[in-house]
Design a protein around this ligand. Structure first.
Ligand code: BJW
Ligand code: ZN
Length: 328
């Protein structure tokens, strides 16, 4: 067995308190794109530019089309074995455990199929979705602030029909290839095809579904005050839910110090999520990174108290955690 993995697993078995910090890379092999790098585009827009209050203020119709596509893609996607490995960790009774997820796709809250038992769904008490959820809607009216959770209705309004698809050629089955990890998905007509295919040749390139100009009155409206609803996610410059931030602070700072933080599929570029790694380290905890892109020094074990496992988190996590969670 690889020396790094053996060392990590020895520490894992001794650990009493573990934190996992999760990013978009965990859902990559479920077919959901990450934010940064070549995958971080929606039509001709950079995803990051659309995840801002300014973008919504300037053109809520554009931003709703982006989120309509995100909601639809997340609903079509299935949790992978990486999600399941974290769910299993969350059900170990004697382990103090917390997943801090930056993802808004809800994949940790769902099962791959109905035959699996409930240990394949994350314990909700140990899952903090700090950037919100694609399936929460919030009223933008200052006087109202109505919040609607677990809204899985698609399309949200008639005008958002079709905007769920990125490309015009509906009916094509999705097959997404991510750095050698392919998860063929058994999903109904969906027109998001592998970006590799998209850029392979201009003659076979699919055409983007055009972005519509949508009148605000046709976007999701508040059932209480008729105000404009927005996606219940946390955009740049916005505060994170205070109860979750306090809960994380308590978990890290109070009681025994965390022994380990698993840093899974995140670029670590966004505050405050990225600050938790250093905070666990400062408390004496060790770090294990699961990412397709890790510095060689880390992979070779040259960085103090940090292990790096390079590859698809959906494949590596279940293997690395196997001594604790068993075979998935
Ligand atoms: C794989 C893989 C595979 C791929 N297997 N790995 C200067 C100016 C203005 C603001 C700031 C500033 N400096 C700091 C700030 C604060 C700002 C910030 O951090 N900005 C930086 C960018 C500089 N932060 C905020 O504004 C936050 N609010 C805040 O700080 O309020 C103050 C406050 C704090 C605490 C308490 C109270 C108040 C809010 C941040 C909100 C971020 N929102 C988004 C959008 C969410 C909604 C949506 O999804 O649409 O969150 S942005 C986007 O980035 C999204 C993600 O959750 C987040 C992190 O991205 P992530 O997950 O890391 O994805 P990628 O694409 O970056 O990385 C993917 C990784 O996976 C890569 O490493 C790949 O290699 C890897 N990978 N395939 C394993 N198969
Ligand atoms: Zn309202």
């Amino acid at each position: 067995m690889n020396k790094q993995l053996a060392e990590f697993q020895e520490h894992l078995l001794k650990s009493k308190k573990i934190v996992a910090l999760v990013g978009a890379g965990l859902s990559a092999s479920s077919g959901l794109p990450v934010f940064r790098g070549s995958q971080g585009m929606w039509k001709n827009y950079n995803s990051i530019d659309l995840a801002t209050p300014d973008a919504f203020y300037i053109d809520p119709g554009l931003v709703w089309q982006f989120y309509s596509w995100r909601r639809y893609s997340a609903l079509q996607a299935k949790p992978n074995k990486g999600h399941e490995a974290l769910a299993k960790l969350s059900h170990i009774p004697e382990l103090k455990y917390l997943t801090i997820s930056q993802n808004v796709d809800g994949l940790l809250n769902r099962k791959r199929n109905d035959e699996l038992d409930d240990t394949y769904i994350h314990d909700p008490r140990k899952l903090y979705e700090i950037h919100g959820s694609l399936f929460t809607l919030k009223c933008t009216s200052f006087m109202c602030n109505h919040v609607e959770r677990n809204n899985f209705h698609q399309p949200l309004t008639p005008v958002l029909e079709d905007t769920e698809f990125e490309y015009l050629n509906k009916g094509k089955k999705r097959s997404r290839e991510d750095e050698g990890s392919v998860q063929e998905q058994n999903i109904d007509p969906i027109d998001i095809i592998s970006r590799q295919d998209t850029f392979a040749s201009t003659s076979s390139s699919p055409q983007f579904q055009p972005v519509k100009t949508i009148d605000e009155k046709n976007l999701p409206r508040c059932p209480i005050c008729e105000g404009l609803m927005r996606p219940g996610v946390v955009w740049f410059g916005e505060s994170l839910p205070l109860d979750l931030i306090t809960g994380i602070d308590n978990f890290i700072e109070h009681g025994e110090a965390p022994d380990l933080i698993l840093v899974i599929g995140t670029s670590g570029t966004v505050y405050p999520a990225n600050s938790y790694v250093e905070r666990v380290k400062l408390k004496g905890g060790k770090v294990a990174i699961f990412n397709i892109d890790i510095d060689d020094d880390v992979v070779e074990g040259k960085v103090d108290r940090v292990w790096g496992f390079k590859g698809d988190a959906a494949e590596l996590l279940p293997l690395a955690l196997e001594p604790l969670i068993g075979k998935i």
